[in-house]
Design a protein around this ligand. Structure first.
Ligand code: SF4
Length: 324
């Protein structure tokens, strides 16, 4: 990767995100982020993730700056040493020649960034990618924490079997603000509702589930009429952010500290096993399938969402699972 120029040195927060301006800025104590242009040789690459045949990330870094972000390992590959959330490289790539080669293949957009971070409003790199692929027959799957994706509903709806997922791991805005700089949960759910009503498959990605904090049943109850799939994923603290999250629990939820220590310092899985049973019972009472492997495309659009339990997927259920 070649950094070619500095576009801006201060992250401007769009007015549309004004409700987040009081967010915590855990990474560096300010709202500034270094934003740069970067030339890349290619924007679409094969992926071994269980979420598509290819992955595309129009940005490196992510100014949503989630405190638990699993993608922060990308710093190692991009040469960044700044705190995650405090930089964003805006990617520019050569023209995609022969986009028809992706016909029938699924391209997952947003595996290590949010393709609809606030800067997308200005730089439009995700929109540019969609325009380059439009009409190619590629299938797309988009993951976001934003409602900026509504801007692109028109073009997304032209793709076969398009799917969009929103991460929602709380209905509590105070906790949400403690964890990320993205838009409010209400705005995410409203975006999901609009996409679903426009006939585009949606996923409510309940992740990461924070023990004792995330109320997954309440989220499912709120989202189930507006999505085709509900994914459940446990909080994994194997990343470098473990100490920060544990410190947060110590300060804000000291009553939960023993539970977190059991789970994350002693490897106790009984909390997840018990939650698994509770959520399975909830799903049965709500008439929802509770399964460990599903592709929403194979289900009728109007069917109630399937609930996919993805707890400890990397250890317990290897392979075979398709996203959204
Ligand atoms: S929105 Fe996704 S990629 Fe961005 S910081 Fe949060 S978890 Fe990481």
């Amino acid at each position: 990767m070649l950094l070619v120029s500095v576009i801006a040195v201060t992250k401007s927060i769009p007015q549309s995100n004004a409700d987040n301006q009081d967010s915590r800025n855990w990474y560096n104590g300010s709202m500034s982020a270094v934003i740069r242009a970067t030339e890349v040789k290619t924007i679409i690459s094969r992926t071994t993730l269980p979420v598509g045949d290819y992955a595309a990330n129009p940005y490196t870094g992510c100014t949503h700056g989630c405190r638990y972000c699993y993608a922060c390992f990308m710093k190692r590959f991009s040469g960044h040493t700044e705190p995650w959330g405090s930089f964003l490289d805006v990617k520019y790539w050569p023209e995609i020649k022969d986009p028809e080669r992706y016909r029938g293949k699924e391209i997952f957009i947003g595996s290590v960034t949010d393709p609809y971070n606030p800067e997308e409003e200005r730089y439009g790199r995700t929109r540019a990618l969609l325009e380059a692929l439009q009409g190619s027959g590629a299938r797309i799957s988009i993951a976001t924490k934003s409602d900026l994706v509504l801007r692109d509903l028109d073009i997304i709806s032209t793709f076969p079997e398009a799917r969009v997922s929103w991460s929602v791991n709380t209905l509590d805005e105070d906790f949400r603000r403690d964890m990320d700089n993205a838009v409010s949960i209400e705005r995410r759910l409203e975006a999901m509702r609009i996409f679903h009503r426009n006939g585009i498959r949606t996923t409510c990605f309940i992740s990461p589930i924070f023990p004792g904090i995330t109320k997954a049943e309440e989220i499912m109850e709120k989202a189930k009429d507006d999505c085709n799939l509900i994914w459940l994923e446990n909080l994994n603290l194997r990343g470098g952010f473990q100490s920060d999250i544990m410190q947060y629990i110590r300060e804000k939820h000291p009553d939960l500290l023993p539970l977190y220590e059991e789970i994350y310092n002693h490897g106790d899985r009984s909390y997840w096993e018990s939650l698994d049973r509770e959520l399975s019972e909830y799903a049965a009472s709500a008439g929802l399938d509770y399964i460990t492997n599903s592709d929403s495309i194979s289900r009728p659009f109007d069917a109630p969402p399937a609930v996919v339990n993805y707890f400890y997927h990397e250890i317990i259920r290897k392979g075979g699972i398709r996203h959204a």
